[in-house]
Design a binder for this molecule. Structure first.
Ligand code: HEM
Length: 174
């Protein structure tokens, strides 16, 4: 596509891509390393805070990650002009590909798993809170299972983002 060789288009794509990437990795780091531990310490008030934040945070992350992936895909498409062999013939092609695959893995987790699981946790939490009797052990067990699997997914996502960020940061110089 000739338009992808236009300098203004490349600059706009790079601004969207790098700006989006900064917000993506920065927000995920803030959420995992600071907000979740603080919410846990604050117990039920912390849970409420995360549940209030969840939908807005999810919507913002959906937008930021989609802009980063789409602009990245268009920038990546420019390498294809010389054929797909740039992936194994050049260090830069290899590293941008590793970074892109890691970031796409994180995107898939965000789009397909985080929101749905947070929603389930929110619903179950509301059910448990509104119940008049002592908490149902099956529900407590289900809540623990959902929370621990979400936490593991956040940690795996963080590793994917670190790989993406490192690969993107060094690719051009390999
Ligand atoms: C966490 C997500 C991501 C972050 C933080 C990120 C970060 C960056 C940064 C900082 C650069 C500039 C590197 C340089 O010019 O030396 C870059 C470039 C690039 N990124 Fe990403 N990126 C991410 C996701 C993606 C994805 C999903 C793709 C592909 C689908 C992609 C494809 C590219 C390409 C092809 C370039 C080179 C652009 C050019 O030559 O002008 N990136 N990325």
């Amino acid at each position: 596509m000739a338009i992808l060789s236009n300098l203004s288009v490349i600059l706009i794509l790079r601004i969207l891509h790098i700006g989006g990437g900064i917000m993506w990795v920065g927000s995920a780091t803030l959420y995992l390393l600071l907000l979740i531990p603080a919410a846990r310490t604050a117990q039920s008030a912390g849970q409420k805070f995360l549940q209030t934040l969840g939908p807005k945070f999810g919507a913002m992350m959906g937008m930021v990650t989609t802009v980063t992936v789409l602009s990245g895909a268009l920038l990546y498409a420019r390498f294809f002009a010389g054929g797909i062999s740039f992936i194994w013939n050049t260090g830069a092609g290899f590293a941008f590909t590793i970074g892109a695959v890691a970031a796409l893995g994180s995107y898939a987790l965000g789009a397909g798993y985080f929101g749905k699981t947070q929603e389930k946790i929110g619903k179950l939490g509301a059910e448990m809170e509104s119940a008049q009797s002592a908490p149902n052990p099956a529900k407590v067990q289900e809540m623990n299972r959902l929370q621990s699997s979400l936490m593991k997914a956040y940690q795996f996502d963080f590793i994917l983002l670190v790989v993406a960020m490192l690969a993107m940061a060094v690719a051009r110089y390999l």
